[in-house]
Design a protein. Sequence first.
Length: 185
Amino acid sequence: MTPSNSMWGLLVQLAATFALLSLTAVGGANATLPEIHRQIVELAHFMDDATFAKLVAVAQTAPGPNVIVISAIGWHIAGLLGLGVATAAMILPSSLVAIGARRTMQHFSASAPLSTVKKALAPIAVGLMFASGYVMARAADHGGLTIAVTAGMTLIVARTRLNPLWGIAAGAVIGLASHPLGFAF
């Protein structure tokens, strides 16, 4: 079975979107979540906030690299072909740049400008991670209970060394318990 013209157009759009995002993924796939959300939800209207938040949550709980969220989004939008195209488009461009950058860094390892660039990338990555957390909270939190769970989990992660999976499990239990009681999660 060959994909239709509309499917090819969709696959090309996915490839272009994720290839460009790949080149801005300083800090990994999670650092690009705000822009992925903007591109996929707000501009292309491939899904709504709730679906995006659910796909990110599933990807975060699954074992493996964080880039699995891209695979989940591709699968949701265009099935198996979408999964392959989105994943390859997110991984290949940045990998090729990383290979080139590594070779350049080995050649100019003692260079002062290179040292400055390396130091500048760390705060950029941290800022992108904070932006990801903010976008995900906005996409997922639609009521007092979800806001309270997000705020509580943020405090626990910031102040303790507790594994975040405990917070995910607690959120699931709270969600399951709140539904029969009539609370909107």
